[in-house]
Design a binder for this molecule. Structure first.
Ligand SMILES: Nc1ncnc2c1ncn2[C@@H]1O[C@H](COP(=O)(O)OP(=O)(O)OP(=O)(O)O)[C@@H](O)[C@H]1O
Ligand SMILES: [Mg+2]
Length: 398
């Protein structure tokens, strides 16, 4: 009998879906991505029969598709921030415990970053306090709650999402559910609540504004540290009710912005610090080194036969930045896709030719088209200047 899907000795990738319950989250915490496959010598690989080679290549594709996640300087920075916040809040009195908002454009790596940090936080707790996770207490200690919000979320939906996550009954009025959720958070020893995609608190709608107040309510009553992520939170009513926006720069990936000076702050603004996560830039040596470091960590994990060591890191770092607009999502996707194609085509190396042949997301392709257009205009201008110079020199000597 054929094994059920996923029951082939290799577990399915739990990261494929966002965790929605504590069980999903525990799976994510325990999940180890596919390990690097052992490659037999190239001659042996070439001499394999088709089925054997296909099996090895499938394992390699699986491995490349989950390519390592990089502990970038930004991830490390936020790890320090969140760990410190958790420590400072652990025994703090109820009331305005400080939380953190991570604000950044789409696909900059916000969700991945908070999940990486929260996973490590829980793994360390499991090491330090094994008794809290003993089998007889299975599922009763839940240090991390991760909630991915959906659009136009209402306060009740937020409470329902936490209730479902913690396996609490979801029937009854909002007040009843709120009450159960607060009791469950305390009983579960929850220390960290993550709200991903907080921009879905669209406060233009009445419900959105109420959801915003609900976050404040949770921040006040739940004995936890709240970390939120979102796009353009600066201008969201979480932080200001129509106050002027701070102009955004991309030069510092984790810049702490100056206060706006708006007097229309909300109560949540007094409870959260806000820091930005921006795409990588090539503005100075430091930022170049950060970008190159990320490429190096991804490149060094490739399982290809003919790939020239560090060729992407040393020769193609600028090209990779232009192709992806400094986005880690674009870089990760480009290297993953190129690795799969290099295996498929038998070139066994990621070259510029292969990378050129990959079509990335619409946003990244548009950004790259602008760069190539600008470069071609500069080349034309330089050629014209050279020609004009030659002509002037010829006229002068005539
Ligand atoms: N630290 C990392 N190392 C390697 N790849 C990463 C890292 N962070 C993000 N990525 C890549 O970028 C992709 C997008 O990241 P993520 O979903 O975290 O972005 P996001 O900012 O939450 O996007 P959105 O605003 O659309 O929710 C991931 O699927 C992964 O491929
Ligand atoms: Mg996200």
């Amino acid at each position: 009998m054929a094994p059920p899907p996923g029951d082939d000795g290799e577990c399915l990738h739990p990261g494929l879906a966002e965790p929605r319950t504590k069980e999903d989250w525990f799976t994510y915490v325990f999940y180890d991505p596919p390990s690097r496959p052992l490659l037999p010598p190239y001659e042996v690989y070439l001499a394999m029969d088709d089925a054997e080679r296909r099996r090895l290549n499938r394992t390699r594709n699986r491995y490349h598709s989950a390519l390592v996640l990089a502990w970038t300087p930004a991830v490390q920075h936020f790890e320090t921030e969140i760990t410190e916040l958790l420590a400072a809040n652990e025994m703090a009195p109820p009331g305005a415990r400080l939380g953190l908002l991570i604000d950044g454009p789409p696909t900059v790596g916000k969700s991945t970053l908070v999940k990486m940090i929260a996973r490590k936080f829980e793994q360390e707790l499991r090491e330090d306090f094994p008794e809290r996770f003993a089998p007889e207490r299975l599922g009763s200690y839940v240090p991390v709650v991760y909630i991915s919000l959906t659009d136009q979320v209402t306060p009740k939906q937020i409470s329902l999402a936490i209730a479902r996550y913690l396996n609490v009954p979801t029937s009854g009025t909002k007040d009843i559910i709120d009450d159960r959720v607060l009791t469950a958070l305390t009983a579960s020893g929850t220390q960290l609540i993550i709200f991903d995609d907080l921009h879905f608190l669209d406060c233009a709608h009445k419900e959105g504004r109420a959801s915003n107040d609900h976050i404040k309510f949770l921040a006040n009553h739940a004995p936890c540290t709240i970390v939120g992520t979102g796009v353009d939170l600066e201008n969201s009513p979480l932080l200001s009710e129509g106050g002027p926006a701070v102009p955004r720069r991309r030069s510092d990936r984790t810049r702490t912005p100056a206060p706006t000076g708006s007097d229309a702050r909300t109560q949540t603004a007094g409870r959260f610090s806000r820091q930005e996560l921006a795409p990588f830039t090539l503005d100075n040596d430091d930022s170049i080194l950060q970008w190159v470091g990320v490429i190096r960590s991804l490149e060094s994990s490739l399982a290809l036969y003919q790939h020239e060591k560090e060729s992407l890191t040393r020769r193609h770092w600028r090209y990779l930045h232009e192709r992806t607009d400094g986005s880690i999502a674009g870089l990760h996707a480009l290297i993953r896709r190129s690795a799969v194609r290099a295996v498929q085509q038998g070139t066994e190396a990621i070259t510029q030719e292969i990378m050129d042949s990959i079509v990335l997301s619409y946003a990244h392709e548009r950004a790259y088209a602008k760069v190539t257009e600008l470069k071609s205009r500069q080349t034309t201008r330089a050629a014209k200047q050279k020609q004009d110079g030659k002509r002037a020199a010829a006229d002068g000597s005539a």
